[in-house]
Design a protein around this ligand. Structure first.
Ligand code: C5P
Length: 230
């Protein structure tokens, strides 16, 4: 079965502390987002990609892959979920509500095709995720200090990655509803689906599918890309 991929790429990437959005920072000779998009173009069964870019974006059009007929752009919004919704609006005018959608961060260039195949074979609502290797503490603030409230059972903790997969109509409905109710709680697609009572399947993925967020992440990604090339 075929599917569309949505790539939210309208963020400022403030935690990177660079002079431009992180998706355009150089990684092994080309912008980070070019790696991500070229990777996606190799996924089996891909129908097309909708990239949500910032209203004042001047860099996207200069990418070589921007010329690929399978890639469309829309203008993103204030939060990640707004950017995803802009792309869902575009698709809902062209595709049936049952159409499968995979949302993938521009900042995850290293996802493996083997993991994409596992995700495609999973339940209609599913996401790539990594079982936690560290012990996870839930915190609370008391007397100006941040302290441990409790330790979460590690064997039940997963760190959500992307892609996250869901049918177009349901994803759009639940994101709209989630944003209207409590927008700060909607940090990924699964969180909106959960609020609506769905239980997306967790698909264990390689930890190389990390999200490039801090400067050291770029160095690690570069090393992994070089390692793969040999
Ligand atoms: O900031 P964070 O790392 O969570 O961003 C995840 C992805 O969402 C990035 O690819 C970023 O460009 C995108 N994003 C977006 N629109 C926003 C904020 C983030 O498309 N308003």
């Amino acid at each position: 079965t075929s599917y569309w991929v949505i790539v939210p790429a309208a963020g400022a990437g403030k935690r990177m502390g660079a002079d431009k959005p992180k998706q355009y920072l150089p990684l092994s000779g080309k912008p980070l987002i070019a790696h991500t998009l070229e990777n996606i173009l190799h996924w089996p069964g891909l129908k097309g990609i909708v990239v949500a870019i910032a209203a004042d974006d001047t860099e996207f059009a200069t990418l070589r892959c921007a010329q690929d007929a399978r890639i469309q752009t829309v203008t993103g919004g204030a939060e990640r979920a707004d950017s995803v919704l802009a792309a869902l609006d575009y698709l809902s005018e062209r595709e049936a509500p049952e159409t499968s959608i995979l949302v993938h961060d521009a900042a995850r260039p290293l996802v493996r095709v083997a993991d994409i195949r596992k995700l495609l074979a999973a339940a209609p609502m599913a996401l790539l995720a990594q079982p936690a290797s560290d012990t996870v503490k839930l915190s609370q603030t008391r007397g100006g200090k941040t302290e441990v409230r409790e330790t979460l059972p590690r064997d039940q903790i997963w760190l959500a990655q992307t892609p996250q997969k869901a049918p177009l109509g349901k994803l759009r409905e639940t994101l709209l509803q989630g944003l209207a109710e409590n927008s700060t709680a909607i940090t990924d697609e699964a969180s909106a689906l959960e609020r609506a009572g769905f239980h997306p399947e967790l698909v264990a993925a390689c930890r190389s599918n990390f999200k490039i967020t801090h400067p050291a992440d770029l160095l690690l990604a570069e090393a992994l890309l070089q390692h793969r090339a040999v």
